[in-house]
Design a protein around this ligand. Structure first.
Ligand code: UN1
Length: 493
């Protein structure tokens, strides 16, 4: 079955890096890794592609992205399946991830005719001043296993219309989906006919070889999604050569549930955000801050939902929770639960599921950890389905708890009280990059800028004006008079 999927994308497994499916631990393919000289050659090829691509009119560049979107539409089912097989998220979410790619392609096509600059009133007579956005150069995209294809698309679709080639280092855990995307890109490029050969390249490599991408001054922009630890290395490396990085690191996303909340909606939102994708989204719900008056009601209902969750094969209809990516992820979950217990937490759920059936895969029972306070482990992002629950009395107390973690990606409040909703969205409210009212923290649309503050890294990808990070800004002033007036009225000579 996997071989047929790979064949749809023309992938013939070869190489020494073994790729295993988290579904059952079986080998699903092999890929060859690039060594350092190959990465260096790819950077050079990216620079050459840039020389050509930057002069192609942006709307024409958009046409290539339109064709890529078409390929994705045709192969949505197969690519969604491949994402599920390689990453373990349930098929609905695998398909959703491909839809996210299609959406950003559509967005980028429109954008290709809207890379607007400004005209600015000059203080000098007979002068015109303007701001132009130019292509920046090859962009390195470093992506994580949890969104193995969508994150590339958020970056690449924008980069291509902005005139930048892309060199993509996917997670070593999900290289097959990356190869499949690269194959679809190649088909779109062939139909387009005029794309330079190295416009889109893959760098399948170890972290060490990947560092060449972050260190090379010919790559003005590096967009990296992953852990805070990774960002702490990449950020300073890119900054040391005055490059630009777009960092999308960890989240520790919370929901405040207020007394007036519509609880049935809140429950559904919590389930999707806390156990969906087996808790392996950057935007997964990790902290629940509940008003004491509804605490027993809500937490009781959640426990009964958790007890009935269908955990298992992610391709099977009806499954809501697939496997964790690997053993390390499962062990991290266990360790976090042990720490939570030691810090006074009362744990419901947790532990391994379906072990008899899948001895080489790591299915985890999602856990609810009722905490006496926002202890150390609650402030730490564990990439697993653990929901820490805390109670609050006063609204300002809830808000303070909400913001008192090092991460700042996504956040939400469930309330029907307008004052609470507005306070949450105000300057003194949620300190996150994403703040929702009566919606969970995960599953953001592509139209908004995606990213967060503090240890989340500060980068913005995807919609709104995130495209500006892929271009260089130029201020140009033109003198169409016969004089040479100086700015600030300076007389010189
Ligand atoms: C991620 O987890 O890295 O908002 C990305 C969401 C998705 C993207 C998550 N649109 O949950």
């Amino acid at each position: 079955m996997h071989a047929k999927l790979l064949a749809e994308f023309g992938i013939t497994p070869s190489g020494s890096h073994i790729v295993r499916s988290p579904i059952d631990g079986s080998e699903i393919g092999r890929v060859a890794f690039d060594d350092a000289p190959t990465i260096a050659a790819k950077i050079e090829a990216g620079v050459e592609a840039f020389r050509v691509w930057r002069d192609v009119p942006a709307p024409k560049r958009g046409e290539l992205v339109r064709l890529l979107g078409e390929e994705l539409r045709v192969h949505k089912e197969a690519l969604g399946r491949l994402v599920t097989v390689e990453n373990g998220k349930i098929l609905q979410e695998g398909l959703g991830e491909v839809q996210e790619m299609i959406d950003i392609c559509d967005f980028a096509v429109g954008l290709s005719r809207q890379l607007y600059g400004l005209t600015i009133a000059s203080e000098r007579p007979g002068h015109r001043m303007m701001e132009t956005w130019h292509p920046a150069g090859p962009v390195a995209v470093i992506s994580a296993f949890n969104f193995p294809v969508a994150v590339w698309a958020w970056n690449a679709a924008l980069a291509f219309v902005c005139g930048d080639p892309v060199i993509w280092k996917p997670s070593a855990k999900t290289p097959l989906a990356a190869l499949a995307v690269q194959a679809l890109f190649a088909r779109a490029a062939q139909k387009f006919g005029e794309a330079p050969a190295a416009l889109s390249q893959l760098a399948l490599c170890t972290r060490e070889a990947g560092e060449l991408l972050t260190k090379d001054p010919r790559i003005p922009g590096v967009s990296a999604t992953g852990s805070m630890a990774m960002g702490k290395i990449i950020g300073p490396t890119v900054a040391a050569r005055f490059g630009r990085s777009i960092l999308e690191l960890g989240g520790n996303n919370a929901m405040i549930v207020c007394p007036s909340a519509k609880l049935d909606l809140a429950e559904r939102a919590i389930l999707f955000a806390a156990v969906g994708t087996a808790g392996q989204r950057c935007t997964s719900l990790r902290r629940l801050i509940v008003h004491e008056s509804i605490y027993d009601n809500l937490v009781g209902a959640l426990k009964s939902h958790y007890a009935k969750l269908s955990i298992g094969a992610p391709l099977a209809k009806g499954t809501l929770v697939g496997p964790l990516i690997d053993r390390t992820a499962f062990e991290a979950m266990e360790q976090a639960l042990t720490a939570a217990r030691a810090e006074g937490g009362k744990i419901t759920g947790g532990g391994r599921a379906r072990e008899g059936e899948y001895p080489n895969a790591y299915y985890a029972r999602p856990a609810i950890a009722e905490m006496p306070a926002q202890t150390a482990i609650v402030c730490h992002e564990t990439f697993a389905p653990i929901l820490y629950v805390m109670r609050y009395r006063r609204f300002d107390e809830a808000l303070a708890l909400h913001n008192a973690v090092p991460q700042g990606l996504s956040s939400c409040i469930f309330t029907r009280d307008m004052q609470e909703a507005e306070k949450f969205l105000a300057a003194s409210g949620s300190d996150c990059g994403i703040a929702n009212v009566n919606i969970g923290p995960s599953g953001a649309e592509i139209g908004g800028a995606y990213g967060g503050e503090k240890e989340t890294g500060g980068g913005r990808e995807s919609g709104s004006d995130a495209w500006k990070a892929y271009m260089r800004r130029q201020t140009a002033t033109i003198n169409y008079s016969d004089a040479l007036p100086l700015a600030q009225g300076v007389e010189f000579g």
